[in-house]
Write a protein that binds this ligand. Structure first.
Ligand code: CMP
Length: 409
């Protein structure tokens, strides 16, 4: 489990009391004593916390330069209880500058929990929408009446909030209507804001939903493109079906990821480790690898490329030139004679084939056909030659296999 450092705990705490500040300052201005922020405790508690926040940040930054004088100015401004020093003026709103810290913290969390990107995005949108609605509701209260209560009576904060929500979301029931010119201007501003915000929220939600299953979205997109292409080029139905089956299988087994392309982007050290991990199924199954040196296994694992064959596919035909040999990760293949009818052998998980042509430099001596779905790993001739040259044990093993297969057939 990740340990929570004091700095992180303070970060969460600071987020909480800054949120309280952002809610409390506008509320106190318009609601006065009828709101929590009207209690004298509001400043008595928040101001020391905000000052401690300045000290904590200064200490963790190390110097004023690292802190940044603009940040210092913002943090100090937020800590000053203007509302108490100069009552009856909106100067207290200056403290809302602290919202910049909220944004900064959100960005930090965003980077730290990048895997929870979608949920965080939703939460952040919700947070800011709620904050905006609160500030707008306070603005409406300020325009409407001087005698406002939180819940009871005619002019309540709740009614103001209700008005702002209906207007901002463009629902606008019309049960509360602007009366004065200022109220109308305010309503116009809220409606304009609503249009922009609506677009933002809808766009965000659509993006998040389409990203919930990125691999599925990618699969659907690939299939749509391929289907359109196949229709346009008039590919035979049977062939189309096999192409679709191939993609369905690839998606099911590997979520459609092109592992080689992803791994190729990694630095060499990581590439070797990841390759070994990804190919551990075949490495564990091939009996020869059990006693092989880690160096040999690494060399081969790095060079092996995963390939998929569908039931009935020919991997190659007798007489073809040999450019690769194959290890079977999962599935089975049939070794067919030249007539492509007689089954000479069936090879299963952990076995390999196609080495004879590489060793002897001659055409394929048999055809190979996939029985079911086959996950194979291909090793190209140049890598094969390199491995043979550097690992005598591998060469001996292959030679033995070749002789064995020749004597058997
Ligand atoms: P290659 O000649 O390159 O291509 C066909 C492959 O089938 C061959 O290498 C061997 O790996 C494999 N093969 C051929 N004959 C047999 C057999 N009798 N038993 C198992 N595998 C075989």
């Amino acid at each position: 489990m990740k340990t929570l450092s004091p700095a992180r705990i303070w970060g969460v705490l600071a987020f909480a009391f800054v949120t309280l500040l952002l809610l409390g300052v506008p509320a106190r201005l318009v609601l006065g004593s009828s709101f929590l922020a009207g209690t004298p405790l509001f400043d008595e508690v928040l101001t020391p916390l905000l000052l401690i926040d300045v000290i904590v940040r200064w200490r963790s930054a190390g110097s004023l330069r690292a802190y940044g004088w603009r940040w210092l100015l913002a943090d100090l401004t937020a800590a000053i209880p203007f509302g108490q020093l100069i009552p009856g003026t909106p100067i207290d709103l200056l403290r809302l500058v602290k919202v910049t810290r909220v944004i900064e913290t959100m960005q930090q969390w965003w980077h730290r929990y990048i895997a929870r990107w979608n949920s965080l995005r939703l939460l952040y949108s919700g947070y800011f929408i709620a904050l905006l609605l609160h500030v707008l509701a306070c603005g409406w209260v300020a325009l409407r009446s001087t005698h406002v209560t939180l819940l009871s009576g005619e002019n309540t904060y709740l009614r103001a909030l209700y008005y702002c929500v209906t207007t901002l979301t463009s629902v606008g029931y019309g049960d509360i209507t602007p009366q004065t010119n200022y109220e109308m201007l305010f309503a116009i501003a809220v409606m304009a804001l609503g249009v922009g915000m609506f677009g933002y929220v809808i766009g965000n939600v659509a993006h998040i939903i389409s990203n919930l299953h990125p691999s599925r979205a990618r699969y659907v997109e690939t299939m749509e493109r391929i289907n359109a292409f196949m229709d346009y080029r008039g590919l035979p139905r049977g062939l189309q079906e096999r192409i679709r089956e191939y993609h369905a299988y690839r998606w099911e087994k590997r979520l459609g990821f092109d592992e080689s392309a992803i791994v190729d982007d990694f630095p060499p050290s990581l590439r070797a480790e990841v390759s070994l991990f990804l190919k551990k199924d075949v490495i564990e199954k091939v009996p020869f690898f059990k006693g092989a040196s880690t160096e040999l296994i690494r060399d081969i694992a790095l060079a092996m490329r995963p390939v998929v064959y569908l039931p009935g596919d020919y991997i190659f035909h007798a007489g073809d030139q040999g450019h690769e040999m194959f290890f079977i990760g999962r599935g089975s293949v049939e070794v067919l004679g030249r007539d492509e009818q007689t089954v000479q052998a069936t090879l299963k998980d952990g076995e390999f084939f196609g080495e004879v042509a590489l060793v002897k430099g001659q055409p394929r001596n048999a055809s190979i056909r996939a029985v079911g779905y086959c996950d194979l790993y291909a090793l190209r001739k140049d890598t094969f030659d390199h491995v043979i040259a550097h690992h005598p044990g591998f060469k001996e093993h292959i030679d033995r296999m070749v002789t064995e297969r020749f004597t058997r057939s």
